[in-house]
Design a protein around this ligand. Structure first.
Ligand SMILES: [Zn+2]
Length: 248
């Protein structure tokens, strides 16, 4: 989970008569939020990922749902309030169900900084705080098939990319020509690119990257060789902001 910036209001929410839609929901139970503009605004908010587990949405197995952070049965007045809507995968949405976030708060990725409340150890996400622990429990955040295994796969992609980059570094050091240098630099940029906020499971990828001794070695050698670029440093710093680090 990463921090999301709700820094825009979709036109739908300024154009439509929200009071009348809310009343329609209260009277008839109409799914007033089922509108393509609402769905696409939610996807824009999270770069097309579940706001909680960061799985890519719109794939058959994950299925995009519009999640009511304050559940619509208990808080019908918030049923079509932009601030109450988040994009969610079926598993997160189904796990949370009608959990009352006012009585027992969980992390709202638009309002809270997830890294202050969660950490990752061995691809399991744990709570650093009461808010973090409640979030892990309510979202069933270590479910084997839906959460833990996809996280392991995402971390494995990064570990393999680091291994490949190290191999390419040795290959480049062996004969330092422009062609080898450019191929190697592209590898490193691609690795860092996989750990940015618009990538699936970015918190997992970034945490895996920054926990890796091989990555630290790679970066160190590149700095000594004068081939660590400002662009790479920016990507490095941006991904560092996403990590779910343990308190040491
Ligand atoms: Zn999810």
């Amino acid at each position: 989970m990463i921090k999301l910036e709700r820094n825009f209001t979709p036109e739908f929410f300024t154009r439509e008569d929200l009071d009348s839609l809310t009343n329609q929901f209260k009277k008839e139970g109409t799914t007033v939020w089922h509108h393509h503009e609402v769905k696409s605004a939610c996807l824009k908010l999270s770069d097309g990922k579940c706001a909680f587990c960061e799985v890519k949405l719109e794939e058959a197995s994950t299925y995009n749902e519009v999640e009511h952070f304050k559940d619509k049965k208990t808080f019908p007045d918030d049923v079509i309030q932009w601030e109450n809507l988040l994009p969610s995968c079926r598993h997160c949405n189904g796990s949370k169900q009608r959990h009352n976030v006012v009585l027992e708060p969980i992390i709202n990725p638009c309002n809270d900084l997830p890294s202050e409340h969660l950490y990752m150890r061995g691809y399991r996400i744990k709570g650093k705080t009461t808010l973090g622990e409640m979030t892990v429990n309510v979202l069933n955040f270590n479910h084997k098939d839906h959460k833990f295994i996809p996280r392991c796969k995402a971390g494995d992609v990064i570990e393999r990319s680091i291994d490949n980059a190290i191999e390419k570094l040795e290959w480049f050091m062996d004969r330092q020509d422009v062609r080898r240098k450019n191929i190697f630099l592209n590898y490193v940029e691609a690795l860092l690119g996989e750990c940015q906020k618009d990538s699936p499971f970015s918190a997992v990828s970034a945490t895996t990257l920054h926990n890796s001794d091989d990555y630290k070695l790679l970066k160190g050698v590149m700095e000594v060789q004068g081939i660590w670029t400002d662009y790479m440093q920016t990507l490095h710093d941006d991904s560092l902001g996403l990590i779910l680090a343990e308190v040491r």
